[in-house]
Design a binder for this molecule. Structure first.
Ligand code: AMP
Length: 483
C-alpha cells in the first residue's frame, strides 16, 4: 500500500432543518457555530415546499452573506447549509456546497462532510455512461448514482447508491418536501439530531450548532443510518447493517469544538483527559509551569497541569483575527503564519522552564516556531508535549492532512523530531491512552474503542480503494488531489 498522496480536502460542517419559519436564517446561525470546520466557502439551499433556492460563495459565512438580501431570498421552512474547508487551488465556487441539481421531476440539494475513497473509480464509470460533472469535488457522484436508479423511487435509489460509495460521509439531502441525512458505515464523521420545542427537527455536524439555535439534543446519527424528516416527522431507516463504529479520533484531538458532544463524549473532557494521561506518561520533572497553544490545545494543557500539579499559565497569546496557518500553500508562508498568529508572553516565560502542550504535530512547522518564540522570550527550558500519538499516516475519510512525505513523524524518530524543533525534550501520548481518554460509551466491542487511530498505526478500518497502491500508479497524482 502507498500513502504518498494527499488524504483529502473535504473537511466540512453541515446543518439541516425542516419545519421552521425562516429556515435559512436558522441555518445561517447554525453554520456560524460550525465555522471552525471550514472557512473557505459557505452556502445555503432552502425549500418553500415547491421550489429550492440556493446561495453560495467563497469565504467565511459572514462574508458570503454580507448582503442580507441574499439570505432573505432563501425563503421557506426547510434548509440545508454547508461550510467548506478547501485546500489551495481547489477552491472554485463550483466546489462550494450545498450543490443544487435541477431535475424535471424535482430538484435535489446536497451537502457532504467527508471524503469518498472510491470517487475516482465511480467518476470514471459514470462519465463513461454519459454523466457530466460540474465540480472537482467527489460529492456530485452521489447524485449521478441516484439518478441512474431513479426507477426505484428516491429513497430506495439513495439507499442503493449509498452502498456504492465508500469512505467517510455525512450527507444531507434536501428535496422540496423532505430532508434526508445519511452517515457512512463507520460513522467517521460526527452527526447529531436535535429538536425544537415545536417538534421540528434539525441535523448538525456537531452539537455546538444545536445550542446556538435553541434545539435540544435527541441522539447521534449512527453508522449506516438514513434519517428521513418530512411533514410526518422523523423516521430512522438503514441502508446497510454491515456497520462498525470507527469515529475519527482527530475530531476529538483537534477538529471539533470543545463544547460539542460526540457519541456521548464532551470534546473538552476528552482533551483534558488526554492531557492528564500525557502528564503521567511524559512527565517533565524540571518544569515550572504548563502552557497551552491557543486555541485547540488549551483543554489538554489544563489537564496536563492538573495532573502534574503545575501552574497553568498563559505564556502564548493568539491573534484571533488570523486565519489558519495549516493550509498555506508554501512552507515560507506557513512559517510567517505561525508568527503572525502566536506570540509568547515574556513576563510569564522569562527565566522559566516551561511545558508546552500542543494537540498534534503534522509537519512540525508550529512546534519549531513555538520553541523559537519561547526561547526568544527568555524561556530557560522548553519541554514540548503532544496530546496525541505521532501522526504517521494520512486520513482518507475527511480530515485534511499532509502527505506521508510531509508528515514529520512518518520520517523521523521522536529524538530526531525533538532536535529538529529545537526543544529540550519531546513526548507524545500513546495510542492506548488516547483511546482511554476518549472512551466512547457507544463503542460496544468495536475495535480501538470505536475510534479510527489509523493516522498513528496505519491500520485503516476499511479498504482504501482508489488510494491503494495499484490504483494510484494508474492515475495522475494531481487528479486524485483534486478529487
Ligand atoms: P504543523 O505545524 O504542520 O505541525 O501542524 C500542527 C498544528 O496544526 C497543530 O498545532 C494543530 O493544532 C494543527 N492541526 C492538526 N491537524 C490539523 C488539520 N487536519 N487541519 C488543520 N490544522 C491541523
Amino acid at each position: 500500500m502507498s500513502y504518498e498522496i494527499k488524504g483529502l480536502n473535504e473537511e466540512c460542517g453541515i446543518f439541516g432543518v425542516f419545519g421552521v419559519p425562516e429556515a435559512s436564517k436558522l441555518t445561517y446561525f447554525g453554520l456560524h457555530s460550525l465555522q471552525h470546520r471550514g472557512q473557505e466557502g459557505a452556502g445555503i439551499v432552502s425549500s418553500d415546499g415547491e421550489k429550492l433556492y440556493q446561495y453560495r460563495n467563497r469565504g467565511l459565512l459572514a462574508e458570503v452573506f454580507a448582503d442580507e438580501n441574499d439570505l432573505n431570498r432563501l425563503t421557506g421552512t426547510a434548509a440545508i447549509g454547508h461550510v467548506r474547508y478547501g485546500t489551495s487551488g481547489n477552491n472554485s465556487i463550483a466546489n462550494v456546497q450545498p450543490f443544487l441539481f435541477r431535475f424535471h421531476d424535482g430538484d435535489i440539494a446536497l451537502a457532504h462532510n467527508g471524503n469518498l475513497t472510491n470517487a475516482q473509480t465511480l467518476k470514471c464509470e459514470l462519465e463513461d455512461k454519459g454523466a457530466v460533472f460540474q465540480s472537482t469535488s467527489d460529492t456530485e457522484i452521489l447524485i449521478h448514482l441516484i439518478r441512474q436508479k431513479k426507477n426505484l423511487g428516491f429513497i430506495d435509489a439513495l439507499k442503493a447508491s449509498l452502498n456504492e460509495v465508500k469512505g467517510g460521509f455525512a450527507f444531507l439531502l434536501l428535496r422540496k418536501d423532505c430532508l434526508v441525512a445519511a452517515l457512512d458505515p463507520n460513522g467517521f464523521r460526527p452527526m447529531s439530531i436535535g429538536q425544537f420545542d415545536n417538534g421540528a427537527y434539525v441535523v448538525v455536524s456537531e452539537t455546538c450548532a444545536l445550542d446556538v439555535v435553541g434545539a435540544k439534543f435527541v441522539r447521534d446519527v449512527f453508522p449506516g443510518e438514513l434519517v428521513i424528516i418530512d411533514k410526518n416527522g422523523l423516521r430512522i431507516d438503514h441502508y446497510t447493517t454491515d456497520t462498525k463504529l470507527a469515529i475519527c479520533s482527530m475530531e476529538y484531538i483537534y477538529f471539533a469544538r470543545p463544547d460539542s458532544i460526540i457519541h456521548g463524549v464532551t470534546v473538552h473532557n476528552a482533551r483534558k483527559k488526554m492531557g492528564r494521561l500525557l502528564a503521567k506518561e511524559q512527565p517533565a520533572p524540571t518544569a515550572d509551569m504548563v502552557i497551552g497553544v491557543p486555541n485547540s490545545s488549551l483543554s489538554a494543557a489544563s489537564g496536563y497541569a492538573e495532573e502534574a500539579g503545575l501552574p497553568y499559565e498563559m505564556g502564548l497569546i493568539k491573534n484571533q483575527y488570523i486565519a489558519r496557518t495549516f493550509i498555506q500553500p508554501t512552507q515560507e508562508l506557513r512559517e510567517r503564519g505561525v508568527k503572525m498568529k502566536l506570540s509568547a508572553v515574556r513576563g510569564v516565560v522569562e527565566g522559566k522552564s516551561v511545558v508546552v502542550v500542543d494537540d498534534s504535530i503534522v509537519r512540525g512547522t508550529t512546534s519549531k516556531q513555538l520553541v523559537q518564540l519561547l526561547r526568544d522570550a527568555g524561556a530557560k527550558e522548553v519541554h514540548m508535549r503532544i496530546a496525541s500519538p505521532p501522526l504517521k499516516f494520512p486520513c482518507f475519510y475527511g480530515i485534511d492532512m499532509s502527505t506521508r512525505a510531509e508528515l514529520m513523524a512518518a520520517n523521523h524518530s521522536v529524538a530526531d523530531m525533538c532536535k529538529i524543533i529545537g526543544a529540550d525534550t519531546l513526548g507524545f501520548l500513546s495510542i492506548p491512552s488516547l483511546i482511554t481518554a476518549i472512551s466512547v460509551p457507544d463503542a460496544g466491542n468495536a475495535p480501538n474503542g470505536g475510534l479510527t487511530v489509523a493516522y498513528f498505526d496505519g491500520k485503516y478500518p476499511t479498504p482504501l480503494y482508489d488510494y491503494e497502491e495499484g490504483y494510484l500508479k494508474s492515475l495522475k497524482q494531481t487528479q486524485i488531489q483534486e478529487g
